[in-house]
Design a protein around this ligand. Structure first.
Ligand code: G3P
Length: 217
């Protein structure tokens, strides 16, 4: 299972990279704005800064909602750095743009997926990654993890290569449940990833080992 971090915060990206378990980064315009990264030039530079920190794929989102605009923007994003994955919204022109990029060998991440039907279309269009939003479905009392399971079944039925990228992952249990279901990738905050480290018996066991070591010194 690949671990992506869902942030535009360079310090958190560096911290996750230093842990040695990071496979990539996802961002979106809201995450960029949260870090005060606004305006085209600053945003493009920020993508390159992120690519310089991590080894894996970095999703960069197009803002256009029409086919021609997405192609122009996506090609410019892909030219920025070999690690860039063009992130495209799940709308009609987005599906067409996804097919265009996949035919050209440019990696894509189809985002804002909330149904299995949308996931099927993304796979048919040759998406590299397809991002169902787990947390946002939970927010409206719909089973986000259930959607991941449904998509896993459909993709396995037909051997689609598109990777399920569980997005809007908010906590450690989301990560563990995505792993059980067989999501190819998850993207979430550093806090959710670090939550995997924690167990009270690890802490008390270590404290006891250190205490006992001191007895002999
Ligand atoms: O990866 C998608 C993500 O950025 C959305 O997360 O927590 O805003 O629903 P959230």
């Amino acid at each position: 299972m690949k671990f992506f971090i869902d942030t535009a915060n360079l310090d958190q990206i560096r911290e996750a990279q230093a842990l040695g378990i990071l496979d990539g980064v996802t961002t979106n315009p809201s995450l960029m704005a949260k870090e005060g990264i606004t305006g085209e030039a600053k945003i493009l530079k920020h993508y390159v800064d992120i690519c310089d920190i991590v080894d894996g794929d970095v999703s960069a989102e197009v803002i256009s909602t029409d086919y021609e605009g997405m192609i122009k923007e996506g090609e410019a994003l892909a030219a920025l750095h070999p690690q860039i994955v063009v992130k495209i919204p799940m709308i009609k022109d987005g599906v067409k743009a996804c097919k265009y990029f996949s035919d050209k060998g440019i990696k894509t991440n189809v985002t804002l997926v909330f149904s299995a039907g949308q996931a099927l279309l993304a796979a048919k269009a040759g998406a590299t990654y397809m991002s169902p939003f787990v947390g946002r479905l939970d927010d409206i009392s719909t089973d986000g993890l259930g959607l991941i399971a449904e998509i896993r079944l459909i993709y396995d039925n037909y051997g689609f290569d598109t990777q399920i990228l569980a997005a809007s992952v908010r906590n450690t249990m989301h990560i563990m449940n995505c792993a059980k279901i067989g999501s190819d990738v998850m993207t979430g905050p550093l806090s959710a990833i670090e939550g995997l480290l924690k167990h009270p018996l690890t802490d008390s066991g270590l404290a006891q080992f250190l205490k006992d070591y001191q007895k002999g010194n």
